[in-house]
Design a protein around this ligand. Structure first.
Ligand SMILES: [Zn+2]
Length: 160
């Protein structure tokens, strides 16, 4: 087997798995109803998601073309989460209905999650979406990290 720089040049000889990670970003409003602090107030984030995928490498050496993740998952984010509110369905704050009605006039209805919209729950929800959208492309989504601020993130990771 040919070796380059002391390493095996054939992927079959490598220990471990290679993955690809696509970064996607959007802006949204949320609040955490039971937070007990300032996160109960309506506020916005520049969310950044990192979608990590595994799969057999194609002849080009890719798990998947990054543009597929961008168009499929990024397209879904743009349609559903960007420039709107992400709230818990159970949140009874009357302002949510007003925000929903107002945003609808601009084509940006709010999105209701089944769980509180923490970075962790948004990561899990996005993982469900990404897995469904990328499965037809023979791509396995193995982790989704959602950054709420540059220092704070939640992460979903597939059970092994
Ligand atoms: Zn927040």
């Amino acid at each position: 087997m040919a070796r380059v720089g002391g390493r095996a040049s054939e992927s079959a000889a490598r220990p471990g798995t290679v993955t690809c990670i696509q970064r996607l970003a959007w802006d949204a409003l949320h609040r955490l109803a039971e937070h007990g602090g300032k996160c109960e107030a309506f506020h916005g984030h520049r969310y950044v998601a990192e979608i990590e995928c595994s799969g057999e490498l194609d002849d080009v050496g890719r798990v998947v073309d990054f543009s597929v993740i961008k168009s499929e998952v990024g397209g879904w984010i743009n349609a559903n989460w960007d420039h709107t509110g992400i709230f818990a369905r159970s949140d009874e704050d009357h302002a949510i209905q007003a925000i929903a009605e107002s945003n609808s006039r601009y084509g940006r209805p709010v999105f209701l999650l089944e769980h509180p919209p923490s970075a962790e729950n948004i990561a899990a929800a996005l993982a469900d979406v990404a897995r469904d959208l990328l499965r037809p492309h023979h791509v396995n989504v193995i982790s989704v990290r959602v950054w709420e601020t540059p220092n704070s993130s939640g992460r979903w990771v597939i059970d092994t």
